[in-house]
Design a protein. Structure first.
Length: 650
């Protein structure tokens, strides 16, 4: 990745783009330029968040007295003190009863090509009926409700219905097995669940109720399970506990009251996979989640009401709830798709963009590399004329894949807007539609986060130096601790550098002020006294054109202490042999120097990925060293880990 300022900007916004952006409207509202706004946000966070809440029209029943109270210290801010609200007031309720009631809220396509569309009025009716059904079963404010659903229109209604009644959503990955489900049900002490009988993925019927039943067997407190019929296959129904969605909702009215809640009432618990031990339950609130989501999507990605947003994901990744909240808050159309982007046809993602006039496409670097591997012939058959922005998060970009998206997907007509943060709080650093964009870069910190890059003592590092990404200021989107575990929250984020939120990412900035993410700091590679992140080495491997995916880890060595091991997927037509290993090693040496020559080169057909398509490097390291891998519940393809072990040998 570039870090010396030498790489020129690739995309430069026109004056029309700048003028019509949400950022420009916000700057006009507060009477500042961008630099002035960022400076005032750092100096006076309360002023900034109050101004942003007003601009985004985040709605309250009872106005808050104080937007920010730091009386309990920086790790424990209290937001919108004295106010009452509900996530739906700023989104679905507003649009279903207003001018956009007949506008398309959701357009959905199944893997079999079936298309369904709901207007805002229809989404509100489905949401109200399920909310009424849950209330009739005794579910109310504070109760945890698990959501084990693929991406369907009803998934959006279920998430919104739980919020509507003041219960707490517990999103689960639709591919979880029984053990992962059981862990989260137990941690959250769930009383109810909304699940599907199954889904289609790559032409196969995936049953979801059997693993859920296995997981729920030991939880008598789970007294209500609402089952959505997607596959229409016979499933076991437990009398008294299990109810078909259509039966339970049929008698409920199309309108239901929205619960008035304390602004900081929990909205959902989203679990992240821990390197060791049990998963961490991040807690998001009604005022915090809607405000941060609106900031990231409306300002960061310039989402407008006229947009159609497609981000192929899962409810169990934060982007699932984010896109439901973002689209309904701004009044846009959310395009949802069952299954995966490259099946049943390799070019399915591009066909979806054309067929449903998608204007904003969410695309992780891993998915970009997957689609790039298919070649450009299928992509070239699609005009993609509706597409104005590609949005990205999840992991660092390599410059070659970034340029491929810009050149071949966007066709240089619009920007690839990238941001990085985490399940714990949304975005910290982002590209910005007001400014030029370099490949794989971020314009800089998201205002209101106090983001910085520091050394081990907490001092800011100069351009070109890799350091820890931290936050110096309170952010409204940050998790309110960890579910029932305040000590672990402090240990995880606040203990490494006193007074700073340490996010766990390596970052740097170049001489022009552009920022770059270099991967997780717990994936640090230090060889011969030199430190780097895996993303920098992986970018060199991918830039060779010889591999389509790559992961780099540091492994112990009896002589050198630590050496580099590379696991790569050869590009189509490239033989996985000693010659390839030599060429890849030389590419690393040419880019970083002899000290970083890889000690091992392993070739596989796919890398182990999490369900949100991040490479699971700690699992790769464990496979190569025999160490404990930690929590693997988020692993999407365990067979890839077995293949890696075989390829690595004894």
């Amino acid at each position: 990745m570039p870090d010396d300022g030498a790489d020129p900007a690739t995309w430069v916004p026109s004056e029309t783009v700048r003028r019509n952006s949400n950022w420009a409207a916000f700057l006009d509202r507060v009477g500042l330029d961008y630099a002035g706004l960022a400076a005032r946000a750092d100096a006076d966070p309360a002023w900034f968040w109050n101004a942003l809440i007003g601009f985004l029209d985040i709605r309250f029943v009872r106005p808050y007295r104080t937007v920010l109270d730091l009386g309990d210290g920086l790790p424990w801010p209290r937001w919108c003190v004295g106010g009452t609200t509900n996530l739906l007031l700023s989104g679905l309720d507003r649009h279903a009863g207003g001018a956009r009631a007949g506008h398309a809220a959701i357009v959905w396509e199944g893997e079999d090509g079936t298309v369904r569309q709901w207007s805002y009025r229809e989404l509100a009716a489905h949401t109200a009926r399920l909310a009424g059904a849950l209330r009739a079963r005794g579910i109310g404010p504070g109760d945890r409700v698990a959501l084990y659903l693929p991406m369907l229109p009803e998934t959006a209604a279920a998430f919104l219905a739980v919020a509507k009644i003041g219960a707490i959503a517990l999103p689960l990955f639709s591919g979880f097995g029984a053990a992962a489900i059981a862990t989260r049900l137990a941690e959250a002490d769930a009383r109810a669940a909304v699940i599907a009988d199954g889904t289609w993925r790559r032409g196969r019927r995936i049953l979801m109720k059997p693993p859920f039943d296995d997981a729920a067997a030991g939880f008598p407190a789970l007294h209500t399970v609402v089952v959505l019929r997607r596959l229409d296959v016979p499933v076991a129904m437990q009398a008294g506990r299990d109810h078909w969605w259509h039966d339970l909702c049929a008698s409920q009215p199309a309108e239901a009251p929205t619960a008035e809640l304390d602004a900081e009432a929990p909205l959902m618990i989203v679990y992240t996979s821990g390197t060791t031990g049990r998963p961490k339950g991040t807690v998001h609130t009604h005022c915090g989640f809607v405000t941060k989501t609106a900031q990231d999507m409306q300002l960061g990605f310039d989402l407008h009401a006229a947009d159609r947003l497609l981000w192929m994901t899962d409810l169990g990744w934060l982007i699932g709830p984010v896109q439901i909240t973002a689209a309904t808050t701004v009044g846009a159309t959310l395009v949802m798709a069952e299954g995966v982007p490259d099946a049943p046809q390799p070019d399915r993602l591009w066909r979806l963009v054309d067929a449903h006039r998608v204007s904003m496409l969410g695309l992780s670097p891993t998915i970009a590399r997957l689609m790039k591997r298919q070649g450009d012939a299928d992509l070239a058959r699609h005009a993609l004329a509706s597409l104005r922005i590609v949005a990205s998060t999840g992991e660092p970009w390599d410059a070659e894949s970034w340029r491929w998206v810009y050149d071949h997907v966007l066709r240089r007509r619009g920007p690839l807007l990238n941001y990085s943060g985490g399940t714990e709080m949304g975005g910290i650093v982002a590209t910005n539609i007001l400014f030029p964009v370099k490949p794989a870069s971020f314009h800089g910190p998201v205002p209101g986060t106090g983001a910085d890059i520091v050394d081990d003592s907490g001092a800011s590092v100069p351009p070109g130096v890799v350091g820890e990404l931290v936050m110096r200021a309170p952010c409204i989107g940050t998790t309110r601790g960890l579910w029932r575990d305040p000590a672990r929250y402090l240990e995880s984020y606040w203990s490494r550098i006193p007074g700073l939120w340490v996010h766990g990412d390596w970052a740097s900035r170049d001489a022009d002020g552009y920022w770059f993410i270099h991967g997780r700091s717990d994936d640090t590679i230090k060889v011969a006294g030199k430190r780097t992140g895996p993303a920098e080495i992986e970018a060199l491997l991918l830039a060779s054109g010889l591999v389509s995916d790559a992961a780099v880890v540091a492994v112990p060595d009896a002589v050198k202490g630590t050496v580099i091991a590379c696991a790569s997927v050869p590009a189509p037509g490239i033989a996985a042999d000693a010659a390839l290993a030599a060429r890849l090693s030389q590419a690393v040496v040419d880019g970083l120097g002899q000290a970083f020559r890889p000690a091992r080169q392993i070739f596989v057909t796919e890398l182990p990925k999490t369900r949100n398509m991040k490479t699971m490097r700690r699992a790769i390291r464990a496979a190569l060293t025999g160490e404990e891998a930690g929590d693997l519940s988020a692993l999407l393809n365990p067979e890839a880990l077995e293949d890696l072990r075989r390829a690595a040998g004894p």
